[in-house]
Design a protein around this ligand. Structure first.
Ligand SMILES: [Zn+2]
Length: 87
């Protein structure tokens, strides 16, 4: 199997948005296709999902983060991923 490691780096970039359901359809398709073929566990994706679940659990459905807060969370999560994930 030929694994493209540039794609692995892209996964780290997409993880925060994926966890928050903020991917566009092309990104979501790329992510699914990559996970189906990549041999790496991509723990950053699982960690981002866990973080998003924690945020979601802390916010009642009628009190979702505002778009501005969501953007800040995404930016913070991306910065975090960029700092911690070096593939
Ligand atoms: Zn990968």
């Amino acid at each position: 199997m030929n694994v493209n490691h540039d794609d692995c780096a892209s996964m780290a970039d997409l993880a925060p948005a994926a966890a928050l359901g903020a991917l566009d359809p092309d990104e979501a398709a790329f992510l699914r296709a990559h996970l189906a073929t990549c041999v790496r566990p991509h723990l950053e994706l699982r960690e981002a999902m866990a973080l998003a679940a924690t945020i979601g659990a802390a916010c009642p459905d009628e009190d979702r983060p505002s778009p501005a807060l969501r953007t800040r969370l995404l930016d913070a999560a991306r910065a975090d991923a960029a700092r911690e994930v070096r593939l």
